[in-house]
Write a protein that binds this ligand. Structure first.
Ligand SMILES: [Zn+2]
Ligand SMILES: [Zn+2]
Ligand SMILES: [Zn+2]
Length: 163
């Protein structure tokens, strides 16, 4: 039996946890016999995964395992440490809750710098939940994050609920 040299297939089922020997499938039987055949042979067509797994069930398990393959760690743009990318996210910095003190500090600084930039551009808006009230910048010091005390309270309450 010949195996694809570019394949890591060694004759046993590729599905995770399965070590069954894979009997190479023959393809679908043809309806008619070709010249010189007593009975119809097969069309010889099989998929790559059919040749690599022992059963349809293992074929499904293999494709699922492939889909869930862990993604390589991303590198935080701020602290330079590797971190795990969650879901479909394309984060460039550590998730805040998983970040160490050093990175959290850097992230706070970056957020402050960004808030300052927006404030200077006159584009700062309230960070309160469901509020996008523009916040005028006095031109000095740390820009305000909320339009009102009410929004600040609602924001802190919402953050506590998430934690
Ligand atoms: Zn199997
Ligand atoms: Zn980081
Ligand atoms: Zn507000």
């Amino acid at each position: 039996m010949r195996y694809d040299p570019h394949d890591d297939f060694d004759g046993t089922c590729m599905a995770p946890g399965c070590q069954n020997e894979v009997t190479q499938p023959e393809g679908r039987p043809r309806r008619r016999a070709r010249a010189g055949e007593q009975t119809p042979g097969t069309d010889g067509r099989t998929t790559r995964d059919q040749r690599r797994t022992c059963s349809p069930r293992c074929r499904t398990a293999l494709s699922r395992a492939r889909r869930e393959k862990p993604r390589p760690l991303a590198i935080c743009a701020l602290c330079g440490q590797p971190f795990k990318q969650e879901g479909r996210g394309r984060r460039t910095v550590c998730p805040y809750d998983a970040a160490d003190d050093f990175c959290q500090g850097l992230q706070d600084d970056a957020e402050d710098a960004n808030a300052m930039r927006l404030a200077e551009l006159g584009e700062a808006v309230c960070q309160g939940p469901e509020c996008e009230e523009p916040i005028p910048y006095a031109g000095r010091g740390r820009p305000a994050r909320f339009c009102s005390a009410k929004c600040r309270t609602r924001c802190y309450r919402a953050a506590r609920k998430d934690a």
